[in-house]
Design a protein around this ligand. Structure first.
Ligand code: ASP
Length: 436
């Protein structure tokens, strides 16, 4: 059994947190590849090292500010090194970093140093080999992540290294230019390493005991999801549930490697298991609820719309021509609605309306703004009669007016459109109906 373990920024924010991580790794021989983030926040209004690095790089022109930021970053690492009692100095690395910053090595290079330095400390602390991600996580000449090449190079490298630390978040192009993934991208590095090393499990250690059924900022102490499939997770992440980077499941979803979300501060909790498929019945009919606010709908009405071949295509062409992506598209006999992101649509709305008139000559075009979409997701819904009935009953009882309903053909999710101001109440009502 081999595992990749990835630790998020809050798990590595201080020497105290590093010690918890050390205990976790040493408690299980199979935790052989470690992917660290940069030190995160130690307390709620602390600043993540990644953000300090961006600021430091942004202030290169102002010597006083630049030196101050660099000193603050150095102190963060020295505090960890001293707290762990390590015989290690990062002075040389910081000299290189200072020179590279002054030579304008790039914002991505700057940000990547957070993981790079933390990786060196982690490797020293554990006695594992340090592998610089720049050598094994590869981007092509256009700056796009090269999955195939990375997998070939990384698996070859890991074949001879039984235990290693590979910093998260970055890699490099062939000419050595450092590239980073989007924020939170160390999750992706974890998946990439898990695939290349063909491990049995990818443990992703963070500061919560797993994926919750609903957003804890809306529902008080929501239950933790014990097991969730990649597909369910994709639906929930897309609709705004965070914890794991949205793209982290792609590298391993075809490999059958499970991801286990765990809590560094409560290692005895089992967390959430993310799998390709499972016989485990979900505890509740629904697996999770997530949602996003800030949508607008455009409803187009025309008598006999149904018999007009190409009607939908012509309408959609107008959105495409205006570079607006479409979120949902419920339709009736003589109406079709298109849901879009309000912020993307607002400045183009008059152009879109005019375009629709020209394209299909409708009887009317109506706009509605400040809408929210809520996805109720669950592999268990397919087999259970009355799920949608229960959802709408709960919403009616909570006095929430439903503006749109869309059930995915996989029967894995039901998407409901409500007004922004009903968003929290709707989620609470659905949660309370299914989770007890
Ligand atoms: N340190 C990076 C960030 O703050 C990447 C990561 O933690 O995954 O986004």
């Amino acid at each position: 059994m081999k595992k990749v373990v990835k630790f998020g920024g809050s798990s590595l924010a201080s020497a105290e947190q590093f010690k918890k991580v050390g205990d976790i790794i040493r408690a299980d021989e199979s935790r052989v590849y470690v992917v660290p983030s940069a030190p995160g926040k130690r307390f709620s209004d602390d600043t993540k090292v990644t953000d300090l690095l961006y600021k430091c790089y942004g202030s290169v022109a102002d010597e006083v500010k630049f030196e101050k930021y660099l000193e603050t970053i150095k102190e963060r690492y020295n505090e960890i090194i001293e707290g762990l009692g390590l015989d290690l100095s990062l002075d040389k690395e910081f000299e290189v970093i200072r020179k590279d910053f002054l030579a304008k090595a790039g914002r991505e290079y700057a940000a990547s140093r957070g993981e790079f330095l933390n990786g060196i400390i982690m490797a020293n602390y554990l006695g594992y080999e340090f592998i610089d991600a720049a050598e094994v996580v590869l981007f092509d000449s256009t700056g796009k992540f090269d999955a195939e090449k990375t997998n070939a190079v990384l698996s070859k490298r890991l074949a001879n290294v039984p235990k290693a630390v590979i910093p998260g978040f970055y890699g490099a192009m062939e000419d050595g230019t450092i590239k980073t993934f989007s924020r939170g991208g160390s999750d992706l590095t974890g998946s990439i390493v898990a695939k290349a090393a063909r491990v049995d499990m990818y443990e992703n250690w963070t500061d919560v005991s797993g994926f919750m059924v609903a957003d804890p900022r809306i529902v008080n102490s929501p239950k933790v999801i014990e097991a969730i499939t990649y597909k369910e997770l994709r639906e929930l992440s897309y609709m705004g549930a965070t914890v794991l980077h949205e793209d982290a499941i792609f590298p391993i979803s075809k490999e059958g490697i499970a991801i286990n979300i765990r809590n560094t501060n409560a290692p005895e909790d089992k967390g959430t298991l993310i799998v390709e498929a499972t016989c485990r019945q979900p505890k509740y009919v629904i697996t999770g609820i997530a949602g996003k606010q800030g949508f607008a709908s455009i409803t187009i009405e025309k008598a006999m719309m149904n018999s007009e071949i190409g009607f939908c295509r012509k309408v959609l062409q107008v959105f495409e021509d205006n570079h607006i992506s479409i979120e949902h598209m419920p339709s009736g006999i003589d109406t079709m609605s298109v849901f879009v992101h309000q912020s993307e649509f607002e400045e183009k709305e008059q152009r879109v309306i005019a375009g629709i008139h020209q394209a299909v000559n409708p009887d009317s075009v109506d706009l509605e703004s400040d809408l929210a979409l809520i996805a109720v997701v669950g592999r268990g819904m397919k087999a259970k009669r009355g799920t949608s009935g229960k959802i709408f009953d709960a919403l009616a009882q909570a006095h929430v007016n439903v503006r749109m309903i869309d059930q995915g053909s996989s029967e894995l999710n039901i998407v409901i459109g409500v007004r922004n101001h009903d968003f929290d109440n709707a989620i609470k009502a659905i949660y309370n109906t299914f989770v007890k």
